[in-house]
Design a protein around this ligand. Structure first.
Ligand code: FAD
Ligand code: MLT
Ligand code: ZN
Length: 466
């Protein structure tokens, strides 16, 4: 492998080819320290041309590539797997952001740009990029696109896929495809960029994108509410949809246990009590009259007996403190030791029975474990996470298998927004019809015949084709 590493060093310069174990360590373990794996080196290219040349060298030497952005992914997609020769290719140095076009409402950014920074640049010209996640201060444009990230505003604006107008990618042989057109409409042939969105680096490397912006909203109303049970939460969602639906931008569910975790682990306090479930509701508009409409909706909810308690933020500062409770759930959970993430979506009408079954089965399987349930109820997507406590890690796959079986029985998805990564791939294979599995493998074979792009993540290897 020495000629290979020498070639990379010549290409990238010694500072951007990391081979020292201490320098490599942060790139070889995920944010939650659930996954880790070895690599020959970490590559930190600074341009699309360097990505292309580095990928070409890897193809020539049969070395696999694990693309990595902010390393905030929750499915082990950016962590090397297995012992085959592989490198991590970090996009962190590719951070250029183009001047936004406020009339055409687009912005171009390189893959390594931090999401929050792109949002700030868009906001400076009176537009917004409403992809919002608690990890936005570290997650990158490339990672967000590669995972088709969701977040708290999907209810109104859609997932990352809905914001990608143009894409530049490097294919597994090093070819650069420049598709950076800022067009909202383009039906000239099939829309190949969707192959790369949400495929977790299994088909190529995203190096830049043109993203759609939306008009900024001038007013927002944020409320924290508590309800007794899930049927009350879903009825409340219906009420908001009926009365102020087009302004509703977040409808997030947080269990009372999750709120308690945030209070004890992160030192925040919820100004609302009562009820088994909390809801963080946000509405936004540029038109005057939003606060009155939200207030009237809340009064109707009280009259209908749906609410136990609630507060409507009276200032932007209060709105941010309410949001902080929701945004700290993942952090609070991680402070409780190992946990298993279950990122499920299912029809809302099945959610209640599904959660009851999980509670009952978990009590039998792992009495020391605790459920941490929260997520994007408005999208039918909940994070049904299991904090393991003293539960042995050896039964982790049984717990996850049990949850995923129940998701499949309810006609849901085992990954609503985080992707399969290495974590969910085996269960996806187990629960997905053969025709769909074979289709994924055939596309992988066509795109990446040598199987060098992020092996073991998102798509099964070609040996699994039956
Ligand atoms: P990484 O973690 O580096 O990589 C993720 C995957 O994308 C890997 O498979 C990697 O190989 C691939 N990849 C990365 N960059 C590229 C590229 N340029 N080209 C090709 N492939 C690439 N996710 C949600 O969907 N919704 C949420 O609400 C949400 N909240 C979160 C909250 C917290 C506190 C944390 C820690 C994570 C959260 N996530 C959420 C998960 C994560 O932030 C997202 O998946 C994010 O999109 C990952 O971006 P990243 O740059 O960190 O990617
Ligand atoms: C979130 O919605 O905050 C994350 O996607 C969930 C998680 O940490 O499981
Ligand atoms: Zn989420």
């Amino acid at each position: 492998m020495q000629p290979f590493l020498d070639g990379l060093r010549q290409l990238l310069g010694p500072a951007d080819l990391l081979t020292d174990p201490a320098d490599m360590a942060p790139y070889l373990t995920d944010w939650r320290r659930m996954f880790s794996g070895p690599a020959l080196a970490i590559l930190r290219p600074g341009s699309t041309e360097q990505v292309s040349a580095a990928v070409g060298l890897c193809a020539q030497h049969g070395v696999a590539i694990v693309p990595q952005g902010g390393n905030t992914g929750l499915a082990g997609g950016a962590t090397p797997l297995g012992r085959a020769p592989q490198v991590v290719l970090s996009l962190a140095r590719m951070t250029a952001i183009g001047t936004p076009d406020p009339i055409g409402m687009v912005i171009e950014a390189q893959a390594g740009c931090i999401l929050q920074r792109v949002k700030e640049v868009a906001a400076d010209c009176g537009r917004q990029l409403p992809i919002s996640l608690a990890a936005e201060g570290s997650a990158t444009v490339g990672g967000v696109i590669a995972t088709n990230a969701g977040g708290v505003n999907v209810l109104r604006y859609g997932m990352a896929r809905d914001f990608v107008l143009g894409l530049e990618v490097v294919l597994p042989d090093g070819t650069v495809v420049k598709g950076l057109k800022p067009l909202r409409k383009d039906n000239a042939g099939f829309d190949w960029k969707h192959l790369f969105i949400g495929s977790e680096g299994a088909f190529g490397i995203v190096t830049a994108a043109v993203l759609r912006l939306t008009p900024a909203t001038r007013h927002r109303s944020v409320a924290l509410l508590s309800v007794q049970d899930l049927p009350a939460a879903t009825r409340l969602l219906g009420l908001f949809q009926d009365r102020i639906g087009e302004t509703l931008s977040a409808f997030e569910l947080i269990s009372a246990d999750a709120i308690r975790l945030v209070e004890t682990q992160c030192g925040l306090g919820a100004p609302v009590s009562g009820g088994n479930w909390f809801l963080l509701v946000e509405a936004a508009s540029s038109l005057d009259g939003l606060p009155a409409a939200v207030q009237a909706t809340l009064e109707a909810a009280y009259e209908a007996g749906l609410l136990q308690d609630g507060t409507l933020a009276a200032s932007e500062q209060q709105a941010q403190s309410l949001w902080a409770l929701r945004k700290h759930v993942t952090e609070a959970e991680s402070r409780c030791g190992k946990s298993l993430k279950h990122d499920v979506s299912l029809p809302l009408r099945r959610m209640g029975a599904f959660l009851e079954s999980i509670q009952a089965r978990l009590a039998g399987l792992a009495p020391a474990a605790r459920l941490n349930i929260f997520g994007h109820l408005g999208d039918g997507n909940l994070h049904v996470n299991v904090v393991l406590g003293d539960t042995p890690l050896s039964i982790a796959s049984r717990i996850t298998g049990m949850v995923h079986d129940l998701v499949a029985e309810a006609g849901g998805s085992i990954s609503a927004e985080h992707g399969l990564g290495q974590y969910r791939l085996a269960d996806w294979q187990r629960l997905t019809p053969k025709t769909e599995r074979d289709l994924a493998i055939d596309i992988k074979r066509a795109m990446d015949p040598k199987g060098l792009m992020n092996p073991g993540k998102a798509v099964p290897g070609t040996s699994h084709r039956q």
